[in-house]
Each structure stands twice: as C-alpha cells, then as structure tokens.
Design a protein around this ligand. Structure first.
Ligand SMILES: Cc1cc2nc3c(=O)[nH]c(=O)nc-3n(C[C@H](O)[C@H](O)[C@H](O)COP(=O)(O)O)c2cc1C
Length: 190
C-alpha cells in the first residue's frame, strides 16, 4: 500500500477544506492501492516559518517542524486540497511547503481545488503547480476542480459531490498510482 497524505490548505475558522479533504481521503482509501491520511493545516497549526537554518540542511530546532517533517517524509504521494484565495492558493499552504525540502522531493501530487464561485480554484492550482516545481514535486495533469462549492454542501455540513466530480477523482487516482510507482524508483535510485 502506498501512503498518501491529503493536505487541506486552509486554516480559517469555519473553513470548508476539511469537508472536501475528508471526501477525497475516503475515495483514496476505497481505491485499494493507497492508505490515506488527512492533514488539515488548521490543526497542524504551523507558525509562520521560524526555523533558523535553511530546510535543505534538515537541522530542525522546533518540535512542530520535526513532526511536520516526519509526516511528509512517510508519504509516497500527496493530494493537495485547496481553495482559491485572491487568485492564488492560501498562504498557509505556502508556509507549510517552505518548512521542508527533501521530504517533498520526487513524489507526485494530485490536486482537488474548489471555490464558491464558477472558477473552481483553477488559478490556485496554477500558482501551486509552479511553486511545487522547485520542490521537485510532480503535479498531475488530471485533477478535480469543484466550482460553486455551496451547491454540494448539505445543511448538516456534508460534502456530496456529483458524478462528474467522483469520476474525475477516480481518473486522478489511477494516474496518481502510476506516478507513485514510477517516482518511487527515481527517489530510491540516488
Ligand atoms: C481570503 C479569501 C479569499 C478568497 N478569494 C477567492 C478567489 O480569489 N476566488 C474565488 O473563487 N473565491 C475566493 N474566495 C471564496 C472561497 O472560494 C470560499 O470562501 C471557500 O469556501 C474558501 O475555502 P475555505 O472555506 O476552505 O477557507 C476567497 C475566500 C477568502 C476567505
């Protein structure tokens, strides 16, 4: 079983990200090839990057960094669940990325983006993809983009996606498996 960390980017009180994150985590676990864990950055609660030494050295001073490093290190692949904040992805995710270097490298990433408007967070994904390049994360073409998020939320706060969204998740996970297998051998071949 490959390990996937589903990283939900937003941290504000009342954030919707973990609802979407919970759903994709269930899809990943049902897929059969993966074991998924949801990491809600609101709960991970990293302060603004406060390590003195460049993360490429892996000389972490703080307990929060050591714990974050261990979580990301054990991943074979990622799924980023992100909203669009001001045409980009949330600063909380940028901060979480900046904490580490080696732990991200040579791993693939799928993305699930959402917004309450019609654009489904696609501009967030474009920015995120560009930044992931410098961390040697390979982001997949196949992804899940959810427009008009509120239309899929029940009064009880559950996220109920339609068939298109569910189908796109399956397509993304099949491709994520291929990339996970391939990149694992690249990562191990030092
Ligand atoms: C700070 C902030 C900036 C936002 N910027 C955008 C935006 O650029 N485009 C968009 O479609 N929605 C934007 N929204 C609306 C979000 O799509 C919506 O609030 C979504 O639920 C945010 O995700 P979250 O609930 O996980 O925080 C923004 C929301 C916030 C709080």
């Amino acid at each position: 079983m490959y390990k996937i960390k589903v990283i939900s980017a937003t941290v504000r009180p009342g954030r919707k990200g973990p609802l979407v994150g919970q759903w994709i985590t269930e899809q990943v676990n049902r897929h059969g090839a993966f074991e998924a864990e949801l990491l809600d950055l609101g709960e991970v609660n990293l302060p603004l990057m406060n390590e003195a030494v460049h993360p490429v050295m892996k000389q972490y001073e703080h307990e929060h960094t050591k714990q974050w490093s261990a979580k990301i290190d054990e991943a074979d692949a990622f799924i980023f669940v992100t909203a669009e904040y001001d045409y980009s992805y949330p600063a909380s995710l940028k901060n979480a990325l900046e904490y580490l270097v080696h732990e991200w490298a040579f791993k693939p990433a799928g993305m699930v983006s959402y917004s309450i408007g019609p654009f489904a967070g696609v501009r967030a994904v474009s920015s995120l993809k560009a930044d992931l390049l410098s961390l040697k994360v390979v982001s997949l073409l196949e992804m899940v983009n959810i427009p008009m998020l509120n239309e899929y939320l029940t009064e009880e706060g559950a996220f109920i996606p339609n068939e298109r969204i569910i189908g796109n998740a399956k397509i993304m996970l099949d491709q994520l498996l291929r990339w996970t297998k391939g990149l694992k051998s690249i990562k191990e071949d030092k």
